[in-house]
Design a protein. Sequence first.
Length: 321
Amino acid sequence: MPFERLAAAAHTRIGLGIAAVGRPDYINLGRGRDLPVDRTVDAMRARAHEVLDSAYALGVRYFDAARSYGRAEEFIAEWLRGRPEIGDAVIGSKWGYTYTAGWRTDAEVHEVKDHSMATFDRQIAETRAFLGKRLDLYQIHSVTPDSSALTDRALHERLAGLAAEGVTIGLSTSGPEQPAAIRAALAVTVDGETLFTSVQATHNLLEPSAGAALAEAHDAGCSVIVKEAMANGRLANEGLPPVLADLAVETGTTPDAVALAAVLHHPWADIVLSGAATSAQLAGNVTAEEVRLDADQLARLAVLAEPAPEYWKRRAALHWT
C-alpha cells in the first residue's frame, strides 16, 4: 500500500500540496508577495521544482496535486523524471474539477466541477499521461453530501478497477457539511469491500468541524490527509490571530508552526499538507512537528473556531490572486 511505504520513508508527517505553485492564480492570502511577478509557465515550473526539491530534502515524501491545479501534475512528473533516484515519493492527485483559466490571471472562472464517470475517464487518462505508474493515490476532488460520486454505482465499479491496479482510492471534501460527506463515503462498498481508503479534508483552527468524522475514518482504516491547515493564509498573513503570535513567542517558534502543530496534535492526522509557495515557508512549516502544545495552549487556540457555514462563506469570497 502506498501509505505503508510513505510511513516507512517519510521523516515528517508534513506533506506538500502544490496548488499554490501549479498555476498562476490561487486563493491563498499573501501569495502575490511570494511568487515571481512574471508568472509564466517556465517561472512557475522553476518555483515548483525548487519547492519540491526543498520538501524532499526536509523529509517530505507525500506530494499532492490535482487535475485542476494548472500544470501541477506535469511539474511533478518532470521533477520525478529529472531525479530517477527518488523512488520513495508517494504521489496523490485528484479528479473532478477541470482547470479552465488557460493560464490567464484574469479568467472569470478558474475551474469547473463535474463528478461524472465521463470526467473520470477523461481525467484518469490525462493523469496517467503525466504520472504513469507513479500515481499512488487518486481522489475525487471536493465531494459534498449531494455529490453524485457517492451514489454512482457504475463509477464505483470503475474506481474499484483502478484500486485493483494498486492505486489507493480516496476523496477530498469541502464545505460546511464535510462530516456528512466523510461518513457517507465510509459506507460505500464494492463487492463487500470499502471503496474509499483515504480521506482528505479541510481542518484547521478556524474550521475544526470535520474532526470527529476524520477520527472515525482513521479508526475505520482510512488514511487521513489534512488540507488547508493554514486556512488559505488566514492563519499566517493579514489578520493573524493574536493568540498565534503569543504562542509562537511562548514556544520559540513561528505562528505557522503553531497552527500546524495544533492539527498534528490529533493522532488521526496521518499527513498534514503544507501549501507553501516558497522554500522558506516550507522549512518553517516542517518545524511544526517539533512544537509541543500543552492542554492550556490548545484550549486558548480552540476559541478561534468559527461556525462552519461562516467559515466557508468567507472562504468562497476569497479572491484569486
